[in-house]
Ligand binder design. Structure first.
Ligand SMILES: Nc1nc2c(c(=O)[nH]1)N[C@H]1C(S)=C(S)[C@@H](COP(=O)(O)OP(=O)(O)OC[C@H]3O[C@@H](n4cnc5c(N)ncnc54)[C@H](O)[C@@H]3O)O[C@H]1N2
Ligand code: MOO
Length: 411
C-alpha cells in the first residue's frame, strides 16, 4: 500500500518510545529553573531536593492534654503529685520539677526538661494544685521526641517531585519558605476542523461543539503546564499553516487534535506531511489508532485523532509521558487491577482503553464498569465526564467476562 493511507503499524509502547526519542530529540528535559515562594509552588516540579531546616518536631512536646511528670515519682497504684505550673502550646516556659512535682501541660507544648512522661488528664482527678493519678503509666508515654519525624537536613522532597498539596504541607512543616522549580513548559493547543463551534453558539447543520481543545487545555493546566489556547484552526491549508506558525513562537510543544486520518480535509496530516516531514502512524490501540508527530520550526508537534475519546486517551498514553519528559519527572505509578463489573468485547491485536467507573464489591474488591454503555467507542464525547479511570485490556484479549481481572489506571 502506498500514498497517504500507507502507515507503519506500531505497538503503543513502540510509538511512545518514538515520541520520547525522535520527537523530543534535543528538547527536554527543560533545564531552566526559578525560585518561587511556597504559596506559588503548587503544581511545580522541584529542581533540587528540599531539606528540613531543623528537626521536626523541633522540640520534645506533649501528645496529650494532661500532666508532665517524672516517671520515677509514680507508683503502680495511686500517686499524688504537686502541680507547680502549666505549659501551653507556644509557651517558652521550662519549669523546674523537684521530686514529687509535675506541671499541667497541653498538646503540642514543650515538655519541661525535668519531665520524662505525659499522663493524659483522663487518668487523673484533673487537680490544679495537686493531682492524683490512678493506673499504670509507661515511661516516656505520650512524649513526642524532637526529630522523630525528620532530622535537620534530611531530604523531605526530592528533585523531580511534583508539588502537590500533600508535598506543600510537608515543605511547610520542614520550614521551607521558597523552592527551586523547573520552568513550566509552554504548550499550545489547537483543535482543527471547520465543523467546530464554541460551546453555547448556534449549531448549523454539520457543526458540533468544540470539546477536545477545552479538555486538553484543562488537563495541561492540571499538570502545571503553561497553556496557550485552545485555538480552533479551520481546514483551509494557508490559514492552518499561519495559525501553526503563530503557535510555534515561544512554545515548547504544540498539541493538535483532529485531522490526522486519511480524509480529504485532514489538514493536520496534509500540512505536516507536506511541509514538515510529518510522521503518521497507526498504533495498535483502540481508540486512538491514527497518530502523528512532526516538528514545526523546530517545535515538537503531537497530532492526536479528533474523536473525543481518542484524543483524551492519546493524551493519557502519549501526551503525559512527553510532558513528564519535558519536566524531567518520573511518570506517576503504574496500573492497578480491578474486576470487570460487566463483560465487553475488545478488538484483538489492539490495546483497548475503556473509560470506567470504579466501585467496590462486597468482598472489598475494586470493580471497573464502563462509564458509558457503548464502552470505548471513540465518539462518546460525554463518556469521560463520568469516568474515574481507564481499564486497559491487552492486545491478546478479545472478550472481557464479568469478574475478569483488568488493569486500571486512574485519570
Ligand atoms: N477511511 C478511514 N477513515 C477513518 C479511519 C481510517 O483508518 N480510515 N480512522 C478512523 C479513526 S479510528 C479515527 S480516531 C478518526 C480520526 O480522525 P481525524 O483525526 O482525522 O479526526 P477528524 O476527522 O477531524 O474528527 C473525527 C471526529 O471527531 C470530531 N472532532 C474533531 N475535533 C473535535 C473537537 N475539537 N471537539 C469535538 N469533536 C471533534 C469530528 O467532528 C469527527 O466526528 O478517523 C476515522 N476515520
Ligand atoms: O482509533 Mo479511533 O481513535 O477508534 O476512534
Amino acid at each position: 500500500m502506498t500514498g497517504p493511507t500507507a502507515r507503519v503499524l506500531l505497538t503503543v509502547d513502540e510509538y511512545r518510545e518514538e515520541l520520547l526519542t525522535d520527537l523530543l530529540a534535543g528538547s527536554g528535559p527543560l533545564t531552566d529553573t526559578e525560585q518561587v515562594p511556597l504559596a506559588q509552588a503548587l503544581g511545580r516540579v522541584l529542581a533540587e531536593p528540599v531539606r528540613a531546616r531543623g528537626d521536626v518536631p523541633a522540640f520534645a512536646n506533649s501528645g496529650m492534654d494532661g500532666y508532665a511528670v517524672r516517671h520515677a515519682d509514680l507508683t503502680d497504684g495511686t500517686s499524688t503529685l504537686r502541680v507547680v505550673g502549666a505549659v501551653a502550646a507556644g509557651s517558652s516556659l521550662d519549669p523546674a520539677l523537684a521530686a514529687g512535682e509535675c506541671v499541667r501541660i497541653m498538646t503540642g507544648a514543650p515538655v519541661p526538661t525535668d519531665a520524662d512522661t505525659i499522663v493524659p488528664v483522663e487518668l487523673t482527678d484533673g487537680g490544679h494544685d495537686s493531682v492524683t493519678i490512678t493506673g499504670t503509666v509507661e515511661p516516656g508515654q505520650h512524649l513526642r521526641g524532637a526529630g522523630e519525624d525528620v532530622r535537620a537536613d534530611d531530604v523531605v522532597a526530592d528533585a523531580g517531585v511534583t508539588v502537590t498539596a500533600r508535598v506543600l504541607g510537608t515543605l511547610a512543616a520542614a520550614g521551607t519558605a521558597a523552592v527551586s522549580v523547573r520552568r513550566r513548559p509552554v504548550v499550545a493547543v489547537a483543535a482543527t476542523g471547520d465543523e467546530l463551534v464554541a460551546p453555547g453558539g448556534a449549531l448549523e447543520r454539520g457543526q458540533i461543539f468544540e470539546s477536545n481543545g477545552t479538555h486538553l487545555a484543562a488537563t495541561l493546566t492540571e499538570l502545571g503546564v503553561e497553556v496557550r489556547g485552545p485555538v480552533v484552526l479551520g481546514d483551509e491549508r494557508a490559514a492552518f499553516t499561519s495559525g501553526l506558525d503563530e503557535l510555534a513562537r515561544g512554545s515548547d510543544l504544540i498539541i493538535l487534535t483532529g485531522g490526522v486520518s486519511v480524509g480529504d480535509f485532514d489538514v493536520s496530516r496534509i500540512v505536516l506531511q507536506e511541509s514538515a516531514d510529518g510522521v503518521f502512524r497507526h498504533v495498535r490501540m483502540q481508540p486512538g489508532k491514527p497518530q502523528g508527530w512532526a516538528r514545526w520550526h523546530g517545535v515538537p508537534v503531537l497530532a492526536f485523532p479528533g474523536n473525543p475519546v481518542s484524543t483524551a486517551i492519546s493524551f493519557e498514553v502519549f501526551g503525559r509521558p512527553v510532558i513528564d519528559r519535558l519536566l524531567g519527572r518520573e511518570a506517576p505509578g503504574g496500573a492497578t487491577l480491578a474486576v470487570a463489573g460487566t463483560g465487553w468485547r475488545s478488538p484483538e491485536g489492539r490495546r483497548q482503553f475503556v473509560p470506567v467507573r470504579l466501585t467496590s464489591d462486597d468482598e472489598g474488591r475494586l470493580v471497573a464498569t464502563p462509564a458509558h454503555r457503548r464502552g470505548s467507542a471513540s465518539h462518546m464525547a460525554t463518556s469521560l465526564g463520568g469516568a474515574h479511570a481507564l481499564a486497559v485490556v491487552d492486545e491478546e484479549t478479545d472478550t472481557v467476562e464479568p469478574g475478569d481481572l483488568v488493569g486500571v489506571r486512574s485519570l
